[in-house]
Design a protein around this ligand. Structure first.
Ligand SMILES: Cc1cc2nc3c(=O)[nH]c(=O)nc-3n(C[C@H](O)[C@H](O)[C@H](O)COP(=O)(O)OP(=O)(O)OC[C@H]3O[C@@H](n4cnc5c(N)ncnc54)[C@H](O)[C@@H]3O)c2cc1C
Length: 318
């Protein structure tokens, strides 16, 4: 079976992988010259279905549960260290609100927080620990899928536009993210801004979420004391640079988690556009002679595995 996958963000690469693993002859077409043009490049890489349940539907929680194993089987560096959720003393009520909307956590006190993250000792009185969650470095993960595709003989083309394809393309899976808006009128953009910093004096080993009524943030550790601080959620498809207001909010929240962030070196500030449908859930739909896989909102890494496998099952019938 011949298949062409348009877009090499997380959804396109996961879809191409699922198809190639079932024996399809896959061509992957990416408009940019590198992987770095996608929203996926900017993601936190959190594989946190239960925490996401705070704002997402039970379906998102359910479909995201298998993501960590899917990634672990295909990409190096999946960190299975759980998620720690804390709140500043004056916002401690946020912990109860979060707990009421989520599942699969244990409550931790000051000593429990210190045992998990020694550098946070004495800073927070209460928190929640979601032991079964994890994270992955999105850039390494995308690179790993690309390598696997090439090893399986896929034809990967960068700098190629997948808008018009001939019958030789075979089955076409369109995974262009927000760029597919012209075909998918319900799709909207949700802008997300992030900052990467290197905090040499701070060691965090797992994703930490800091609850705050106005600006909840998460901090995902990368290697060598680098941290991704994310992310804004702005109802806009604007692709301009990170605004001063967003940078201030993200960086102040990081400093509230630990003052060592005040001395951190900023290595990157970037903004991307999450593709989202009105219900904020992804869809697979056939239209205009292709199968669109889109609308992953803030759950590209979490839900791409389930939807990629689901599309492959639909195409192969098993
Ligand atoms: C700051 C931020 C943090 C996030 N954190 C997380 C997280 O922790 N966990 C999580 O699960 N999700 C997270 N997300 C959400 C996740 O990044 C998105 O859901 C995901 O990137 C959507 O992937 P996609 O492949 O649909 O689109 P994209 O990643 O945008 O990829 C689409 C690709 O299609 C290409 N393309 C466009 N037009 C064409 C064309 N005509 N021909 C060929 N190629 C084309 C583009 O160049 C691009 O490479 C985050 C998002 C942001 C912005």
């Amino acid at each position: 079976m011949r298949a062409t996958v348009v877009g090499a963000g997380v959804v396109g690469l996961a879809t191409a992988t699922a198809l190639a693993e079932r024996g399809a002859k896959v061509t992957s077409i990416e408009r940019a010259e590198t992987l770095g043009a996608s929203a996926s490049w900017l993601a936190g890489g959190m594989l946190a279905p239960f925490c996401e349940g705070e704002s997402a539907s039970p379906k998102v929680v359910e479909l995201g549960r298998g993501a960590i194993d899917w990634w672990d089987a295909r990409a190096p560096g999946v960190v299975r260290a759980g998620t720690l959720v804390v709140a500043p003393p004056r916002d401690v009520g946020e912990i109860e609100r979060f707990a009421a909307r989520t599942q699969a956590y244990e409550r931790v006190d000051e000593a429990g927080i210190a045992a998990l993250e020694p550098d946070l000792a004495g800073r927070f009185a209460r928190g929640l620990f979601f032991a079964s969650e994890g994270h992955i470095d999105p850039r390494a993960a995308l690179g790993a899928l690309l390598d696997r595709l090439r090893e399986r003989g896929a034809d990967v083309r960068f700098g190629a536009d997948g808008e018009r394809l001939g019958p030789e393309a075979g089955i076409v899976a369109d995974c262009r993210g927000f760029a597919a808006r012209a075909h998918l009128s319900e799709l909207r953009g949700v802008r997300g801004e992030m900052v990467r910093v290197r905090a040499r004096d701070l060691t965090l080993t797992r994703t930490v979420r800091l609850l705050h009524p106005r600006m909840p943030v998460y901090i995902v550790p990368r290697t060598d004391h680098e941290y991704m601080i994310g992310a804004t959620m702005i109802e806009s498809a604007g692709t301009g640079a990170v605004t001063l207001r967003s940078a201030l909010e993200l960086l102040s929240a990081a400093s509230a988690l630990h003052p060592a962030f005040g001395e951190a070196e900023i290595s990157e500030m970037s903004a991307g556009v999450r593709p989202a449908y009105p219900d904020n859930e992804p869809r697979i739909e056939e239209r205009d002679g292709r199968i669109f896989v889109n609308g992953f909102y803030r759950h590209g890494f979490l839900l791409a595995p389930w939807f990629a496998e689901s599309l492959a099952t639909r195409v192969f019938g098993t």
